[in-house]
Design a protein around this ligand. Structure first.
Ligand code: CP3
Length: 341
């Protein structure tokens, strides 16, 4: 039976430089793939997230088609609310029907037990592992404490994070306790994914840039650090991806994260200069480059690979999720270009 011992992705996570730079894509299973759209004609997005065997099918679609070096569990950062009796709908953007705003709302919140209430996610992890048969490692994930909490408070995606920041500035102790409870729930959730078979974990702080660097350091970073430390006790590498704020990289570099995800808003070599040459980086091709043409894609992929040589190790990825308007053949060309150089 195949083993993951020679996985280029896991080697890079450990700080080694495998012969070929490993590559995967954020949101690699999704609407740009016709095979995914076919599954979605049968099931709504949440039905799909709650069907372990179908999750495994969709998780493997980009493994088969793109030949990437890691799989990422098909799920969503918002399914964790199933452990809190908070209802999420996708219309198609995520909507929380009962956002948490007042003291009364906060008092009624229940931070449940992921082991008891998110069993379908752990079943999906196990189904993915069976289907993968050790071809490539499986990445589990969750949203970071701030990102997850902001959906709960704002009731969906937000531009200004008005309610979240009002609470942070006016009642920092209440805000801190909410983040602490959220962090505890997320840690249990990730440890459950690892027990079910996840080989690595990525934490998505998609809305890290909602707060100033100083507020991130004071209010947010301690919880991120706690989450990373708890997951690392399970012995799997942790990738920390904080989107949209190059100004946070030095803070992220003070955590024990094994890999630091770099978004496309900073040049990869500048990012490496900021965090130092001793860290493993992941990123950071602008996903919209994939909307162009083969020559442009090859050129921009080589630029990112060249910059990545300054780091201890480099996992090639996009600087954020792949666009749904991407031509699958061009995503495949990106992967081939990384593997060939
Ligand atoms: O990377 C992967 O392939 C794994 C699957 C994955 C999804 N969402 C599937 C998905 C992952 C890792 C996520 C993470 C996620 N979800 C994040 C963090 C990453 C980021 O983008 O910053 C966030 C913020 C969410 C919340 C979320 N889920 C939003 C805002 C949306 C709506 C997006 C839209 O354009 O409609 C989703 C839905 C979602 N999650 C889809 C997929 C494939 C599209 C659903 C569909 O099929 O209609």
């Amino acid at each position: 039976m195949a083993t993951l011992l020679n996985s280029s992705f896991l080697a890079a996570c450990r700080g080694e430089r495998p012969a070929r730079t490993p590559v995967w894509l954020m949101r690699q299973a999704g609407r740009y793939m016709p095979e995914y759209r076919a599954v979605r004609r049968e099931l709504s997005f949440l039905e799909l997230c709650r069907s372990p065997e179908r999750c495994a099918e969709v998780t493997l679609q980009p493994i088969d088609y793109l030949d990437v070096d890691a799989a990422i569990l098909f799920s969503d950062i918002l399914v964790v609310f199933d452990a809190m009796d908070v209802v999420v709908e996708f219309r198609p953007g995520p909507t929380i029907t009962t956002p948490v705003r007042t003291h009364d709302d906060i008092a009624k919140l229940r931070f449940g037990d992921p082991d008891a209430e998110l069993g379908y996610v752990f079943d999906a992890v196990a189904a993915c592992k069976r289907a993968l048969a050790n071809r490539v490692p499986l990445i589990g994930f969750c949203g970071a404490p701030l990102t997850t909490l902001s959906y709960l408070i704002e009731g969906g995606s937000s531009r200004d994070f008005e309610h979240t920041k009002r609470l942070m500035f006016s009642e920092p102790a209440v805000f801190g306790r909410l983040l602490e409870s959220m962090t505890d729930l997320l840690a249990k959730y990730l440890l459950g994914q690892v027990r079910a078979g996840a080989d690595a974990i990525q934490i998505f702080d998609s809305w890290a840039a909602a707060v100033t660097p100083r507020d991130y350091r004071t209010h947010i970073l301690p919880h991120v650090r706690q989450l990373i430390d708890r997951v690392r006790t399970a012995g799997v590498p942790v990738i920390m991806f904080a989107r949209g704020n190059a100004a946070l990289l030095e803070q992220i570099a003070t955590t024990e994260a094994d890999v630091i995800g770099i978004d496309w808003s900073i040049e990869l070599d500048d990012a490496i200069r900021q965090i130092g040459p001793g860290r493993v980086v992941q990123g950071n091709l602008d996903p919209m480059v994939l909307l162009s043409n083969p020559d442009t894609i090859r050129r921009r992929v080589l630029d990112v690979l060249e910059a990545g040589r300054h780091a201890k190790a480099h996992i090639f990825n996009l600087g954020h999720g792949i666009s749904r308007h991407t031509e699958p053949a061009l995503a495949k060309l990106m992967v081939e270009t990384v593997h060939a150089s």
